[in-house]
Design a protein around this ligand. Structure first.
Ligand code: AMP
Ligand code: ZN
Length: 462
């Protein structure tokens, strides 16, 4: 398995630290507002990568932080005239609901910054004692001059470092490379935590990911991910803090997802060119259409968001779901054909080959649609076991994509069939009230009945 490592600027062969397991850290939301679908492009790509590792048999230990204290969350709480916790709890709740709606697998840990202040202070202490950090004006800063590898991730030359100046803001530009803040001295109107050694204050944003990743994954782990805007300063600073505090290599592979853009501009809160999930659901889009759209472009390419793109994603999804529906409706003879077994084997190998090559999702989806096309050509020759094997294959691929309708999670086919028979009987007995009630019950579960001269068939809505 090979993919692009931002740290080395190279496509590298993946080798895990501990055989069969992967420590994965992904930067999570800053909960001062709703996540927009640009954020979800990154989270969804991270989910695709995680699912693919699981499909390949790895055990993935996934940690995603929740930034519930920083400049933005404090500002929002002050604007709303409420406590920090009241504000962040609203957005944490919505974030968790959105994750579920978008079929993103849950992380093993969602550590919150405010619950790990002790660990962060300990990291500050290690850096201070080793001479990488200094106190100035009630705050503590990291001295970038002291770390010879500073700038390696973001490709910043040492000449560009502004030695002797420091920055208090969490976010700043690549042409403003300065000593960054680890611990911010207490200020009026801001929450603060006690520290005898460094004075009361609160953590800088970058510090939380260093402290929390090593708590849950150890000092040295396999993969760290985020959007490309995280490369500088956030991830650059994480590397500096962690490696200087522990003296160990921090992360082996850094993977960054390109932005979701609108008219060539990054989708972002500050530009106002964003959609949150709820906006799109209210317009009638299915969460799986959104998921399909966001995962189907290669992660190192910009993805331009358009409604036309969403419609096309919907069409692609319907091709998959209709294919499954059609297969389930066939009444084939017993047995299986060598040709279909061979086709499945070949298609799965090609799917893997594409995903193993820097997560080439477009190639992998191409293989999948070609498979559907090939099976459709042979529909009349399919045998019972072929259909089972095809559906199993589809389900296996969907453990990676996570976009197809999952009937079994809703109602077993046999249960639906039993309901349909019950309705048939009711109609025969002219008990239309019961017949309608059964139809309505199935509809409430997203199942549509289609009465045909050959009997009643069913399918999932959309
Ligand atoms: P934030 O809440 O701003 O810290 O962002 C959370 C995650 O979303 C980070 O990994 C960002 O890199 C990512 N992100 C923000 N905007 C976009 C975008 N337009 N496209 C893709 N990822 C984004
Ligand atoms: Zn982070």
């Amino acid at each position: 398995m090979k993919f692009y490592n931002t740290l080395t600027n190279k496509i590298e062969t993946f080798k895990e630290i501990k055989q069969g397991t992967i420590g994965l850290y992904t930067c999570g939301p800053t909960v001062y507002d709703y996540s927009h679908i640009g954020n979800f492009r990154s989270y969804m790509f991270e989910d695709l990568v995680k699912r693919y590792f699981i499909y390949k048999g790895y055990q993935v230990n996934h940690v995603m932080n929740i930034t519930d204290i920083d400049d933005k969350t404090i500002k929002k709480a002050n604007e709303m005239g409420t406590s920090l916790e009241e504000v962040t709890s609203i957005y944490i709740k919505t974030f968790m609901e959105d994750i579920e709606t978008l079929n993103i697998l849950k992380a093993d840990h969602y550590p919150r910054a405010t619950e790990h202040i002790d660990e962060m202070l300990e990291t500050v202490d290690q850096l201070y004692e080793k001479g990488y950090a200094y106190k100035k004006d009630n705050s503590v800063y990291f001295s970038i001059e002291k770390f010879s590898d500073y700038g390696k991730l973001a490709n910043i030359s040492r000449d560009a470092l502004k030695i002797g100046t420091s920055v208090d803001a969490d976010e700043y530009d690549k042409d403003d490379v300065q000593d960054f803040v680890l611990w911010k001295g207490k200020k009026q109107g801001e929450p603060s935590w006690k520290s005898e050694k460094f004075g009361d204050g609160r953590p800088g944003w970058h510090l939380e990911c260093s402290a929390m990743s090593s708590k849950y994954l150890g000092n040295h782990f396999d993969i760290h991910m985020g959007g490309v805007d995280n490369i500088f300063p956030h991830h650059e600073n994480e590397i500096a803090q962690s490696q200087c505090a522990t003296g160990e290599q921090f992360v082996n592979y850094w993977i960054h997802c390109q932005h979701l853009v609108v008219d060539n501009q990054k989708m972002s809160k500050s530009l106002g060119n964003f959609y949150i999930l709820k906006d799109l659901l209210e317009k009638g889009y299915d969460p799986m259409e959104i998921r399909y759209l966001l995962i189907s472009t290669h992660y190192r390419k910009l993805l331009n968001f358009t409604f036309d793109g969403l419609h096309q994603a919907g069409q692609a999804l319907r091709r998959m779901n209709d294919f499954i529906f059609t297969l389930k409706g066939l009444k084939p003879a017993d047995g299986k054909t060598a040709e279909i077994s061979h086709l499945i084997e070949k298609s799965e190998a090609k799917f893997r080959e594409n995903m193993d090559t820097d997560f080439n999702i477009s190639g992998a989806l191409g293989v999948f649609f070609d498979f559907i096309h090939q099976v459709n050509l042979k529909q009349k020759e399919l045998k019972k076991q072929d259909i089972k094997n095809i559906l199993d294959f589809m389900a296996r691929i969907d453990t990676v994509l996570g976009v197809m309708k999952k009937e079994e999670e809703k109602m077993l086919d046999a249960e639906i069939e039993a309901k349909i028979q019950e309705r048939q009987l009711a109609r025969k007995e002219k008990n239309f009230q019961l017949a309608d009630a059964i139809r309505d019950e199935l509809k409430s579960k997203g199942i549509i009945l289609i009465d045909t001269p050959e009997g009643t068939r069913w399918k999932y809505e959309k």
